[in-house]
Design a protein around this ligand. Structure first.
Ligand code: MN
Ligand code: MN
Length: 377
């Protein structure tokens, strides 16, 4: 009974998410005799269409496994901070935080278990990474709204259940706090009675150029990486910038990529042996088919503000189906980037074997690319 209910829910999700292109009949095909073949969950979640948590100073929309059942290993949040808006001091007990700034500027301060801290300003194209449990805050610097995407290496993570400082202090006897902070109880009368989450602050002054704040006790590894400043790998149909622990050593559990596909270009068929893939579509329109084995696949169209998800090892491609360039953020839950592409795989097998396997003449196989395409036109 419980299983039937779950399957009904998953089936409904497929239809909702895939109006454009899901082959619902195939996704829901009855299992062959003696075989369990559950329907596929939806691989698309319209994040920016969700109702936001609205605070004085900013907003947040989240996609955890609760809203997006397939995203078991990675959760995400779209956050906007007004000038001065402060995502308050907090930490995450069960997830590291990876972020990419799409628009605007913000300042981040992070404090680590070695008692070292880093304060740094972020702008469009910059990435941050906070290891699990490190204390941090984020403040909008203006003059415009700052919009960034947060990604967590735990699908059960909820941005609305973080360990926020106001929540903690509000649930501690005030006499104890007064002892800890070395002030009279009366001096703490103004403390919030509940979690603030985002507070409205004033835009802080520019950071001093020298010495940079925290430079006396700066962490051994920086939390900031300028992804968009990286020289991209260029292909006939687009570009990609990848930041793994190799380029950004503190990011031991996550890898990010910024990819641009020109009109009609195709990020070729591939899979990732070691990681799930979480996607945020920034601009343009794209189509993806996720292949889940056992005759199961789902083809879905994506537009700006949509989130996509590909479980570890599942085959997929991304094709630009619009007239303009398509730009997307891809985040993996491993600090090491791995992929296996169709064209490189086939080129690495004897042509005769490939011809026999695919039922094609060897003359056709001979025309296949001789190495990994990555992005094809
Ligand atoms: Mn956080
Ligand atoms: Mn991929």
């Amino acid at each position: 009974m419980a299983d039937l209910t779950r399957r009904d829910v998953l089936g409904a999700a497929v239809v909702t998410a895939g109006a454009a292109a899901v082959d619902a009949a195939q996704a829901n095909a009855a299992p062959a005799a003696g075989q369990e073949r559950p329907a596929l969950p939806a691989f698309r979640f319209p994040l920016e269409a969700q109702k936001a948590r609205v605070e004085d100073g900013g907003t947040a929309r989240e996609a955890s496994v609760a809203q997006f059942p397939v995203s078991k290993a990675i959760a995400g949040v779209s956050m906007r901070l007004q000038p001065g808006g402060l995502r308050e001091l907090h930490w995450h007990a069960n997830a590291a935080e990876w972020a990419y700034v799409i628009r605007g500027r913000c300042r981040v301060t992070v404090y680590d278990p070695e008692g070292r801290s880093e304060t740094a300003d972020f702008g469009p194209g910059d990435v941050w990474y906070f290891p699990r449990g490190h204390g941090h805050s984020i403040q909008g610097l203006g003059p415009d709204e700052c919009h960034f995407i947060l990604v967590f290496d735990n699908g059960s993570f909820s941005e609305f259940a973080t360990f926020s400082i106001t929540d903690w202090l509000a649930h501690t006897p005030v006499a104890t706090l007064a002892k800890d902070l070395g002030v009279p109880v009366a001096a703490l009368k103004g403390l919030p009675r509940r979690e603030a989450y985002i507070v409205k602050g004033a835009v802080p002054p520019a950071l001093p150029a020298s010495p940079a704040p925290g430079s006396q006790h700066a962490p051994r590894l920086t939390h900031r990486y300028a992804l968009e400043a990286q020289e991209p790998r260029a292909f006939g149909g687009g570009t990609v910038r990848i930041v793994s622990a190799h380029e950004f050593p503190i990011s031991t559990t996550m890898t990010g990529a910024l990819m641009t596909l020109e009109a009609k270009a195709l990020r070729e068929l591939h899979w990732h042996p070691n990681a799930d893939e979480w996607q945020y579509y920034i601009a343009g329109r794209a189509r993806m088919t996720v292949f889940a084995s056992g005759g199961r696949a789902q083809t879905v169209d994506f537009g700006p503000g949509d989130v996509g998800y590909v479980p570890q090892g599942y085959g997929h491609y991304i094709e630009n189906i619009g007239d303009a360039a398509c730009r997307m953020l891809l985040v993996f839950n491993s600090g090491e980037y791995q992929e296996i592409g169709l064209s490189g795989w086939l080129a690495s097998n004897p042509p005769r074997l490939v011809a026999a396997n695919l039922g094609l003449p060897e003359s056709v196989v001979a025309k296949f690319p001789r190495r990994n395409q990555f992005i094809a036109r």
